[in-house]
Design a protein. Structure first.
Length: 292
């Protein structure tokens, strides 16, 4: 597959995303209405790999990133094309470059409505819908259920337990990513019978704060793990990305004055990505669309 693509009267070439000024990446996300700040781009460049397409004078016309977790799996995100090139095949070309670099890994991504048919044509299969709940926290809503266990801040001793629990929920180990996320996050764990049975993170992102990942085995635990962070965000913007549209957890988010602003579609290529089991750990809140 070629490392350059010709669009009408100019040629675009692929460059490593780490070699591009973050201000140009920020301008690209602004152009398509995405909330990523320069700090968010910097974090994602540390967490994964990526390419951008630039013209002969260094202008950025698109990006794509992938986040490998071992030799068998990767998530894909930040597949952006400038409004000028969106209808000229740049997105397909970027995905071909990602496929080449990811080799034979199983893949998962969260697709916008605009990109959905492109991913279908590339062999991805729909699995679920992600609901982006967000808004300003006017008055934190306490959980109505009794906490079963003890909430506490994460310690160095619990990070290994968090990683093991997360692997059961996510389906593959993302220990390195969790270590990066923990650097700038507030982390809460739920302990029960001497074991870590749930955890949640809160970190700055976009317009305010994102609460995620949230990993729990039931709605009640997930609510408590979310509420502990919302209480610190009075008067501030919060976001939770979840595959829960209905049920107690979704009801709690709505009662906390968060609203669904948009949706994306979880899709996979290769093995099926999501495998929810009753009373087993589940990812109630995503770390980010690109990271799942």
């Amino acid at each position: 597959m070629g490392r350059s693509v010709r669009l009408k009267s100019f040629e675009l070439v692929a460059r490593d995303i780490r070699d591009v000024d973050v201000k140009l990446l920020h301008a690209l996300s602004i152009a398509v209405g995405w909330p990523h700040r320069p700090k968010d781009w910097d974090f994602l460049r540390r967490a994964g790999q990526g390419i951008v397409v630039v013209d002969g004078i260094g202008r950025v016309f698109g990006s794509a990133m992938w986040f490998p977790h071992g030799r068998e799996f990767a998530t894909i995100g930040l597949v952006l094309t400038s409004p000028r090139t969106q209808a000229q095949g740049t997105g397909r070309w970027l995905m071909e470059q990602v496929f080449e670099r990811c080799e034979d890994r199983n893949l998962a991504l969260n697709s916008t409505d605009a990109a959905y048919h492109l991913y279908l044509s590339l062999g991805f299969t729909k699995e679920a819908v992600v609901y982006q709940w967000q808004g300003e926290i006017v008055s934190p809503l306490p959980p109505t259920s009794v906490l079963d266990g003890e909430l506490r801040s994460a310690s160095a001793e619990t990070l290994n337990e968090i990683a093991a629990l997360d692997e059961r929920a996510f389906g593959t180990s993302r220990r390195e990513l969790l270590a990066l996320l923990s650097e700038g996050a507030s982390i809460c764990v739920l302990r029960r019978d001497g074991k870590t049975v749930g955890y949640s993170m809160k970190r700055e992102f976009g317009r305010g704060h994102v609460i995620g990942p949230i990993v729990a085995s039931n709605d009640y635990d997930a609510i408590h793990l979310t509420a502990v962070h919302l209480k610190d965000l009075t008067g501030r913007f919060a976001r939770v990305d979840t595959r829960e549209q209905t049920g107690l957890f979704a009801d709690y988010l709505q009662q906390s004055r968060l609203a669904i602003s948009e949706t994306v579609t979880t899709m996979s290529k290769g093995r099926r990505f999501l495998n929810r089991k009753e009373n087993e750990p589940w990812v109630y809140g995503l770390a980010a669309h690109a990271l799942s």
